[in-house]
Design a protein around this ligand. Structure first.
Ligand SMILES: [Zn+2]
Length: 407
């Protein structure tokens, strides 16, 4: 079972007499989160505190004393700050410029203990006790996912965030559903695996179905450009140079995330179109032994692609798995051949010294990544007798028998 989460927005009608209680809660929640962020922050990633239990111990009592928030809201504020600190930590580790989280907006995070959903209203915890707020249903909002999720019992309402915009209150509700479009039994019998090969140059990702996705060279080039600019600006050392570095860093991070989303979308699209039950990647720790000179940025990019693919695949009930990639680049993936030799590969070219098959080297590697997962299933005796690798225009089972797909 995979849990899929969607976010929907509903406008709330909070009685005017209660506005001050809610607004005061926004302010105290903000202060609570800021207090935690102030405590945990350091511009040295080794000293930055992001662990929730540590932050809790260090700040809980103070925040309880300084605010009228109930315990669960104090914890929510701490979690919000912990997530922000964790993001900062990753950016600092990646040598990307960032600064201490500043909580300025109006937001309160509600969970099971601080919000109660009813048919036509919610009750929300505030610094002056519970407040009742009726839903203002967006009946006119055609095309929003609202109708699809709000009244459907299979979507369970979970955490929510309350926001205030232009004097109006909005609740963003996370709804959760367990999807399992392919039954577990069926999956065990008929696993279809999409293999993915990730690269630090050339195509970022190549699938066993022959999709060539993303441009690693472009990403590296932009990164170098950004580093050069940052270097020049740092030398000038002025405040405006510092601000420029920050905005450059932000834009670069956004740009690269977009590129990676294109890649992860492409991978998931391939898996869906080929009716795959699984997507297989090489285990990252193994990749770094193979590519020993990968930069922190490239490591981040690979992690990010896998992370994005995982949550996007989840929505389709597709599982993501990793395999140890021994010889994925040296093994011939053609039919039953499987001949493995380091001279099979020469740069982008793969030519099997035994059977003579010529393939793009990354495509060959991707097929081997898928093959490896199917092998793992066979070895573990998980009984996936008809497990298949999704390949260009068809699938191949673990024995190498090819089934042309009905196109
Ligand atoms: Zn061969």
């Amino acid at each position: 079972m995979a849990e899929v989460v969607r976010n929907i927005q509903v406008k709330l009608n909070i009685p005017e007499s209660q506005h001050s209680a809610v607004d005061q809660t926004f302010e105290e929640f903000r202060q609570a989160a800021q207090h935690v962020a102030d405590h945990g922050w350091s511009d040295d990633p080794d000293h930055l505190v992001k662990a929730k239990n540590k932050l809790h111990k260090a700040t809980y009592t103070d925040v309880r004393e300084q605010t009228n928030l109930q315990a669960s809201l104090v914890q929510s504020a701490r979690n919000l700050a912990a997530d922000a600190l964790s993001n900062c930590h990753d950016l600092l580790e990646d040598d990307t410029n960032t600064s201490k989280p500043e909580f300025r907006g109006t937001v309160i995070v509600y969970n099971g203990r601080t919000i109660t959903y009813n048919d036509d209203h919610v009750t929300l915890s505030t610094v002056e006790g519970r407040v009742k707020a009726e839903y203002v249903f967006p009946y006119h909002d055609e095309g929003t996912p609202f109708e699809e999720y709000w009244n459907e019992d299979k979507w369970e309402k979970r955490e929510a965030t309350l926001h205030k915009r232009n004097g109006e209150y909005y609740l963003h509700v996370a709804v959760e559903n367990d999807v399992d479009p392919v039954s577990t039994d069926e999956k065990t019998e008929n696993g279809v695996v999409l293999g993915v090969d990730l690269n630090v140059d050339g195509y970022l990702a190549v699938t066993s179905t022959g999709a060539f996705l993303g441009n690693a060279d472009e990403l590296n080039h932009k990164r170098d450009e950004y580093e050069r600019c940052r270097g020049h600006l740092q030398q000038t050392g002025t405040r405006s140079a510092h601000l420029t570095i920050q905005s450059l860093g932000g834009r670069f991070a956004e740009w690269s995330r977009h590129r990676l989303h294109d890649v992860s979308n492409g991978v998931v699209r391939e898996a869906v179109e080929n009716e795959c039950t699984h997507i297989a990647f090489e285990r990252l720790t193994w990749i770094w032994t193979r590519i020993s000179n990968a930069s922190k940025f490239q490591q981040w990019a690979f992690r990010e692609i896998q992370r994005q693919v995982e949550y996007k695949a989840e929505a389709h009930g597709i599982e993501v798995d990793t395999v140890a990639p021994q010889y994925t680049s040296q093994r011939c993936s053609h039919g039953e051949c499987g001949f493995t030799h380091e001279d099979n590969r020469d740069g982008d070219e793969f030519e099997c010294l035994k059977c003579g098959k010529e393939l793009h080297a990354d495509y060959n590697a991707a097929r081997n990544v898928a093959w490896r997962l199917v092998q793992n299933w066979l070895k573990s005796g998980s009984g996936r007798a008809t497990s298949q690798l999704a390949l260009k225009s068809g699938t191949v089972n673990a024995n190498g028998d090819f089934n042309a797909s009905a196109v």
